[in-house]
Design a protein around this ligand. Structure first.
Ligand code: URA
Length: 226
């Protein structure tokens, strides 16, 4: 693979950024400075360094994003802004796609990868990955609604599987669900006579939003996910 392509694929920078690094003499291959961006190298064999940092080639990449309101979960769209637009230039977007889906107006944790096998595993109906949503409600939550949400709610011909409710305040709950049906949380709230006014996903499997700021992206490892 060409040196500039290798560096972009490793997430070191954009095409133009890595070309600058190479021409500035910041890159070495097997401890020899290389200013030729077209230099061919073998991934996993040749040792590439950016200044003193070893650059390791990864076939699969994983990132988490704190999604903002107003972006649809898709890789492209003719009319709407997509979540791909929230990824900064240092993220190598090649082959990357969102795993799981958040509504346009939902905020919070969204996972991206180029690992199709993992995507299939995480989104398969057989795989029960816990997701915690912070839900702000139009009306006060009642004990009856909590029982229904935890035991199963009819969301239009489908009864949701067991869930967990933690009450934060009269009009705010943390809801843990294992499924990911279309508009599931909003439909569950309608099913108990309430309405979502704000929705944020705070966890997905082992992943947590933590100190990630709105709009921020972080690279993570495969083992951080499940
Ligand atoms: N449930 C919803 O209703 N919307 C989301 O974005 C995620 C879960």
């Amino acid at each position: 693979m060409r040196l500039d392509k290798y560096l972009v694929e490793c997430g070191v920078g954009s095409r133009s950024e890595v070309k600058k690094m190479i021409s500035s003499g910041d890159i070495t291959i097997n401890n020899v400075k290389c200013r030729d961006n077209t230099k061919s190298l073998k991934e996993g064999v040749d040792s590439v360094n950016y200044n003193d940092e070893k650059i390791i080639y990864k076939e699969f990449r994983y990132y988490i994003l704190y999604k903002l309101d107003g972006y649809i979960t898709a890789t492209e769209d003719k009319k709407e802004k997509t979540v791909m637009e929230l990824l900064p230039s240092w993220v190598n977007q090649k082959d990357l796609f969102p795993i799981g889906r958040l509504d346009k107006d939902t905020e919070g944790l969204l996972l991206f990868s180029n690992d199709g096998k993992l995507a299939h595993e995480l989104t398969s109906p057989k795989k029960h990955v816990d997701k915690i949503y912070r839900v702000s409600l139009k009306n006060e939550i009642t004990d009856e609604a909590i029982s229904k949400l935890e035991e199963g709610v009819d969301i239009g011909g489908y009864i949701t599987k067991e869930a967990k409710v933690q009450v934060v305040s009269e009009k705010e709950i943390l809801l843990t669900i294992k499924e990911g049906k279309f508009h599931q949380v909003k439909k569950m709230m309608i099913g108990v006579g309430n309405e979502v006014i704000y929705l944020k996903r705070e966890t997905f499997g082992k992943l947590i939003l933590g100190d990630l700021k709105p709009g921020e992206v972080r690279e993570i490892e495969r083992c951080d996910i499940i």
